[in-house]
Design a binder for this molecule. Structure first.
Ligand code: G3H
Ligand code: 13P
Ligand code: ZN
Length: 309
């Protein structure tokens, strides 16, 4: 099976009220860990590449590794550009064979975001590639943030409808309180489910995307800190909230920070426990296995996409 787009994947996820995991990839061990997990669970999969990942690994290496994963497993895999910041990077990825791109115009005023997104959609659709866009600004909700502050950053439901209609985009990342990285909430974790419900009711059948959706699994933060790390006060999105979102039209859940933490925890532990080892295959092999187990957990217990490939 060749690389696929997320069209049918999202249709199935929407109808089945589950989400597909979109995992950020930067090297071979990360790709293999994620792909082995998806294979074991027969789960559909989105592998996403950021501009930073392209710079780190060189575009051709990641593309070939993902192609190897498809050939090796025969799984339905989407190769997606994460947070494309302009038309040029989206075009480069489309021309390179990506099956999905994100144009992130969320930092621009509404009209500019519409125009930029529409330009990418027109180019992508001509080549059979799907497009994700973003409306609203990702930011954690602090306990004392009031309604008007929230309205200023979170996705406006009516604007979301207008945005989707005018751009023809295939999926939309919205802001309801998640944010990138390991420090998502100052107070108690809280997502604006009312807003999510409004948006998904106004856009029936349309796939919504959640960025910044790592749970920041405490076991990995604790392991990092036990073996010489210093990651105080990290807090992510509780798994129960992600499960709920997956039943409300959220079809794609983005995860990077949990991969980073699983990998780092494992490498730290391995090297401390095996101080005489200097074969990278040993500690990277252990990191790959940690990623695999973490992704299996997400697929089975959070995303609900086990056996859906
Ligand atoms: O949302 C951003 C992803 O975590 C990718 O991060 O730009 O450091 O590769 P990066
Ligand atoms: P996390 O930082 O919560 O893993 O989010 C990743 C993401 O949104 C990638 O686009
Ligand atoms: Zn993101």
């Amino acid at each position: 099976m060749p690389l696929v787009t997320s069209k049918q994947m999202f249709k199935n996820a929407y109808e089945g009220q589950y989400a597909v995991g979109a995992f950020n990839v930067n090297n071979m061990e990360i790709i293999q860990g994620i792909v082995e997990a998806a294979q074991e669970e027969k789960a559909p999969l989105i592998l996403q590449v950021s501009a930073g990942a392209r710079k780190y690994a060189k575009p051709i290496y990641l593309k070939k590794l993902v192609e190897a994963a498809v050939e090796d497993t025969n799984l339905p895999i989407v190769l997606h550009l994460d947070h494309g910041e302009n038309f040029e990077i989206c075009k480069a990825c489309i021309d390179d064979g990506f099956t999905s791109v994100m144009i992130d115009g969320s930092k621009y005023p509404f009209e500019e975001n519409v125009a930029l997104t529409k330009k990418v959609v027109d180019y992508a659709h001509e080549k059979g590639v799907v497009v994700e866009a973003e409306l609203g600004k990702l930011a954690g909700i602090e306990d004392n943030v009031n309604v008007s502050q929230r309205d200023a950053t979170f996705t406006d439901p009516d604007e979301a409808v207008e945005f989707v209609e005018r751009t023809g985009v295939d999926s939309l990342a919205i802001a309801i309180g998640t944010s990138h990285g390991a420090y998502k909430f100052k107070g108690e974790p809280r997502l604006d489910f009312e807003r999510l419900e409004k948006i998904s009711n106004l856009l029936p059948g349309f796939p919504i995307v959640l960025h910044g959706a790592s749970t920041v699994l405490p076991e990995f933060v604790e392991l990092c800190n036990k073996y010489g790390g210093d990651i105080p006060g990290a807090k992510g999105v509780p798994e129960e909230m992600l499960k709920k979102a997956a039943t409300m039209g959220v079809c794609k859940i983005n995860i990077d920070t949990d991969l980073r933490l699983a990998m780092t925890a494992s490498v730290r532990k391995y090297l401390v426990e095996n101080p005489s080892v200097f074969d990278p295959r040993k500690y990277l092999g252990s990191a790959r296995e940690a990623i695999k187990q973490m992704v299996i957990h997400k697929i089975k217990n959070v995303l609900g996409c086990s056996q859906k490939a």
